[in-house]
Ligand binder design. Sequence first.
Ligand code: ADP
Ligand code: MG
Length: 255
Amino acid sequence: MAERTTAPTASAASAATSSARRRGAAEARPVIELVGARKTYRSGSIEFEALKGIDVRIDEGEYVAIMGPSGSGKSTIMNVLGCLDTLTEGEYRLGGVDVEDLDEADLAAIRNRQIGFVFQQFHLLPSLSAERNVELPLVYAAVPADERRRRARAALERVGLGDRFENRPGELSGGQQQRVAVARALVGEPTMILADEPTGNLDSVSTADVLALFDELHASGRTIVLITHELEVAERARRIIRVRDGLIQGDEVTA
Ligand SMILES: Nc1ncnc2c1ncn2[C@@H]1O[C@H](COP(=O)(O)OP(=O)(O)O)[C@@H](O)[C@H]1O
Ligand SMILES: [Mg+2]
C-alpha cells in the first residue's frame, strides 16, 4: 500500500500526479475534480458541516472506493458527485465542466448521460419487467423504442441476465435485481458508474457476483466510484479514499 499525502493544500496536485503515475500515462483525463469542497446542511438555526473542505481527483478508467464509517459524509459525497446536491463552497468539475455553472435542466441531462447510478435498495420499478427497467434512462433520453429494446437487452446480456428479460424484480433474487440495476446504469454508456453501498443488501454469494461484475466493467475501461463502509468491498477497488468526519483521512493505491 502506497500512502499518499492528504494535506489539504497539496492533495489536489499530488492526487493528480500520482493518478497519472499510476496509470503510466502523462495525459490521464480527470472525470471528477473536487476542490476545497464543503457542504453545510442547514435546518432552521442549526448547521452541520458534513464536508469540511476536501480535494479529490478521479481519472478516466479508475476504480475507486470511497470508504468510511456511518455518518462520515459518504452519501453527501455521492449526492454531490451525482449532481443530486450542490456544494456550499468549493468546486466540482465533472468531465471538465464546472457543475456550478449549470441550471436544473443541464444537471438533469448530465445525470442522465454521464452517470450510471447503482443504489443499495436497487430502486427498480416493481411493475416493470427487467427489460423495461433497463430501458428507462433511454426513455428519458428520447431514444427510439426499437433501439431502446436492443440496447436494454444487450445490457442485460452483459450482466448475465440474457434469460430474464421478461421477469419483474419480484421474480428475481437480490443479486439478480442488483444486476438489473447495473444494466440500467450501463445502458446509457455513462462516463462513470456511481454506486452507493451496492452490496449492502446482498448475501455473500450475490455480493461476490456483483463485485465480479464491477471487476469486469473496470477491466473494460469503465470509471467506477464505489461507496462503502466495508473494507472487504473497498479492497476490490484499485484505490481507496478514506473519509471520516467530513475529511479525507487517506488515499491509497491497493495491490
Ligand atoms: N439533510 C441533512 N440535514 C442535516 N444533516 C445531514 C443531512 N444529511 C446528512 N446529514 C449529516 O451529515 C453527516 C454525513 O452524512 P452522510 O453523508 O449521510 O454520511 P454516510 O453516508 O457516510 O453515513 C451525518 O452526520 C448526517 O447526520
Ligand atoms: Mg450513506
